[in-house]
Design a protein around this ligand. Structure first.
Ligand SMILES: [Fe+2]
Ligand SMILES: [Fe+2]
Length: 309
């Protein structure tokens, strides 16, 4: 079975914000967008990445946050339209990033607009439903033997901070969910925006309660953890009761070129085989834009988990 991860898409801001929309933290974000970020996140490379991803026809595409930039209502509407133009609801599962919760916004004109892409099993039951608010996480998308558990690590923060926080209730729910899915013999993939390892982000951008999350993940077990936020690829691991398990941070899907640690637009395509009794085998292909030719090619291939590991 194949699963794709796209992250940190940062769709263009569709129109100039009004003065009242720019009061407070959004002003900093808008200046950063107009001076720098709008040149680093482009639609053309993104469209090429998405076309390649669609051709690969994964069973599910996860988007690990930062679809937009400063949480304007116009951005949420544009993001909903962009998603609808490229994917069916059932093909995508999304979790919010810090730029999707840049400031506090009303649910029904903000993040809630993206609810169809955050629908899944909740509260430990089999009933699939949309979230009722930003605290209504995690949710599970089940595709055959795959259980993808998506969390919300992105409450709004003060200016100049891009930290994440899950909160103890959500961390406990993640633990219960991973345990239940593991007991059911499912291959468990945890997805959140912020990295759970210490090295991937400086304190200003880190997940505040990553230690508590790692403890729960250790006890419950997991087969793979995916995150975004760094904008460059991360290959790491987390300790679990079953041994180390892979942690993969995705590079941004909209960079036109390489730049320092940053790679051109890319996404991860995972192949997952096996079962709980024999063990899971997970391989990843990082598909990346070649800026010279405009083609998307395999940049690297790694075996992340095998029954022997
Ligand atoms: Fe981002
Ligand atoms: Fe982020």
């Amino acid at each position: 079975m194949r699963l794709a991860q796209l992250t940190d898409i940062h769709l263009p801001i569709p129109s100039a914000p009004t003065a009242s929309e720019l009061l407070g933290k959004r002003l900093f974000g808008y200046l950063s967008w107009t001076r720098n970020r709008k040149y680093r996140h482009r639609l053309d490379p993104l469209e090429r990445i998405v076309a390649d991803c669609r051709q690969a026809a994964p069973a599910l595409t996860v988007i690990s946050g930062d679809l937009i930039n400063i949480s304007l209502q116009s951005e949420f509407s544009a993001a909903l339209q962009w998603l609808g133009n490229h994917f069916e609801y059932s093909q995508v599962a999304y979790c919010p990033g810090n730029h999707d919760a840049y400031v506090r916004t009303p649910w029904h004109t903000g993040l809630g607009l993206l609810s169809p892409y955050m629908s899944g099993e909740r509260d430990g039951g089999p009933q699939v439903r949309a979230p009722r608010g930003p605290e209504d996480f995690p949710f599970v998308r089940k595709i055959g033997a795959l259980s993808v558990v998506l969390a919300n690590s992105s409450p709004p923060t003060l200016p100049c901070l891009a930290t994440g926080r899950l909160g103890s209730a959500q961390i406990d729910a993640i633990g219960r969910t991973l345990s239940a899915q593991g007991a059911a013999g499912q291959c468990r993939i945890l997805v959140l925006h912020h990295p759970l390892t210490d090295e991937a982000a400086p304190r200003r951008k880190a997940l505040d309660d990553r230690k508590a999350l790692r403890s729960v993940v250790h006890d419950a077990g997991v087969e793979l953890v995916l995150h975004g936020h760094t904008h460059w690829p991360v290959w790491a691991s987390v300790q679990t009761r079953d041994g180390p398990r892979p942690v993969v941070g995705g590079g941004s899907a909209s960079h036109p070129t390489a730049h320092g640690k940053y790679r051109p637009a890319r996404y991860n395509l995972f192949s997952i085989e096996g079962d709980a009794a024999a063990g899971w085998r997970i391989e990843v292909e990082a598909r990346e834009l070649d800026p010279a030719s405009g083609e998307v090619k395999t940049a690297e291939r790694r075996i992340l988990l095998s029954p022997q590991k």
